[in-house]
Design a protein around this ligand. Sequence first.
Ligand SMILES: *[C@@H]1O[C@H](CO)[C@@H](O)[C@H](O)[C@H]1NC(C)=O
Ligand SMILES: *[C@@H]1O[C@H](CO)[C@@H](O)[C@H](O)[C@H]1NC(C)=O
Ligand SMILES: *[C@@H]1O[C@H](CO)[C@@H](O)[C@H](O)[C@H]1NC(C)=O
Ligand SMILES: *[C@@H]1O[C@H](CO)[C@@H](O)[C@H](O)[C@H]1NC(C)=O
Ligand SMILES: *[C@@H]1O[C@H](CO)[C@@H](O)[C@H](O)[C@H]1NC(C)=O
Ligand SMILES: *[C@@H]1O[C@H](CO)[C@@H](O)[C@H](O)[C@H]1NC(C)=O
Length: 491
Amino acid sequence: MPSPSRFFALAALLVSATALVPPGRQGVPVAGPGSSNTSAPMTDNLLIVKTASEVDQKSGPSVDAPPNASIPPTSVTAVDGTLTNTTVADAGSSRRRDAGWLSMRASGFEKLFDGLPIGQHDASIEGTAYLTYTVVNNATYNVQACLDWCAGIDGCVFVNVFYEFNNFLLDFVFSEKSNLKCAAYGDIHTAAEKTNFGGQASYPQVGNETVPLTFITQSSGWGLDSLVDPTTPAGYELVFGPTDGANNAPGYMGFAFIDKYDVDACAQLCNTRGVDPVGGGCAYFNIWRALVDGLPTTYTCSMYYLVADESTAVNFGQGDLLVTYSRGYRRISVLPDGGFEGYTGCSTFCFTASYSNWIGTSPPSGNWDATVFFYPPYAHTGHSVALLTSADGVDSKIGTLTPAKKLGTEVGTNYVIQGFFLSAFGGAQLEANAKVDILWNGVRVGGTSGFTPAWKFVEVPVVGTGNDTLTFVGGSVQAWTFIDDVFIYAA
Ligand SMILES: *[C@@H]1O[C@H](CO)[C@@H](O)[C@H](O)[C@H]1NC(C)=O
Ligand SMILES: *[C@@H]1O[C@H](CO)[C@@H](O)[C@H](O)[C@H]1NC(C)=O
Ligand SMILES: *[C@@H]1O[C@H](CO)[C@@H](O)[C@H](O)[C@H]1NC(C)=O
Ligand SMILES: *[C@@H]1O[C@H](CO)[C@@H](O)[C@H](O)[C@H]1NC(C)=O
Ligand SMILES: *[C@@H]1O[C@H](CO)[C@@H](O)[C@H](O)[C@H]1NC(C)=O
Ligand SMILES: *[C@@H]1O[C@H](CO)[C@@H](O)[C@H](O)[C@H]1NC(C)=O
């Protein structure tokens, strides 16, 4: 005979278990997040505009820089409103770096502005996306040599050609012995950005003689009439653009400024952004150039856990800031229909073991041990959702759920499986036994267990071997776990 308190606890458990209407009979969950909509955060345009007024990404060849320096990696100048000076993490993927920033450039450089007449002091450009410089033979005003050199540089769309006098290093130290500088940029600049007038002491002080100061003459600009179309980063697809509207969209995770229009760098930032506990991983980014008072000022990468499109690309700028070259890219999941939205068996409530995209399997004598429901109240997003363990609550067998087709994965590529799991339907006591294993080619790589009162985001790294299989395996006791919004991204 159990003690009275133990008896009452047991009785309460039995009552609650028998009173419970299971999901297969459209029951109401005992616990869980309910249908309360916490609205997804929107793009923080004010912070972006404010930060754009604080960054200084304008530069050019400094007086003591040697020519032909290699182009530094794209750097991050601000993250979520805080100024930084870091380079974009390469995330171990060298393959990824050779697309995107590099892109096919038509010839078609034209003179955008002239230098001042010979003899007059002029100024060189200080602008965004400065790459590197060289010196060209100064026997003549050698623009063609400068353009030819630029043509060999990934992303070079503009050059500034000018003489710099009284630069000791150019005159005596660097081997080229030329003072005709050719500076390459990844953005197109105008004469309004001629702000470097020289005036520096480069020659050594000798006795009490006045050191001659540097000065600049004949500073002209040559460039394309627009930025080139970037190559789509690996693992992404272009959703829209270029337009003059940035996204003002839900599921916003934050932003970074980078020092040039580098879609690959944005993709890396999205891949390594980390996770929003409610929304999950970065699934989309919006890259755009900010013009402030008409001048290129910074390059924004806004990141989102929800995929946006052109319909929300309606932020054209504020005050002095104008949005240009806005493009949206979504991350490609190699898992088709990971949100189960392809199941549309009814318009209110229904479920199935299998449909065209997913196969749920129950063991012999098992009953609906792996199912997909059309029923928005059970779903994380949309109208459909998967369920493991007996939908009608009549057995405790182990069901499995797997995509109908093998995955189009690539051998040796790192992937990350992301998904949302909810084990709350039966309440804390029953769901304490909930369990789902995530198998990759039959091997357990992760999972979830126990009562989770809110949708839980789970992320598991895996390596592609080609034609891989993903399987979700349920627990053996009567504890339900819903699964929704599963993605498999190249990491
Ligand atoms: C919940 O969000 C969805 C999509 O985000 C929206 O369509 C729906 O109207 C929202 N419901 C409530 C009650 O706010
Ligand atoms: C720098 O590049 C220019 C143009 O390609 C070339 O003529 C020059 O020899 C290079 N200088 C050095 C030191 O490599
Ligand atoms: C960023 O850091 C690099 C290396 O430390 C330095 O050369 C560069 O001048 C810095 N840039 C800014 C804007 O602080
Ligand atoms: C060419 O550059 C060298 C080195 O700076 C300088 O000494 C020389 O005067 C320049 N020649 C012309 C024609 O500007
Ligand atoms: C510079 O120094 C020399 C001798 O060292 C002196 O004769 C001359 O007056 C000085 N000039 C000035 C401008 O100080
Ligand atoms: C994947 O499956 C296809 C068709 O069955 C086959 O042609 C291909 O070689 C497989 N790839 C790998 C990496 O096993």
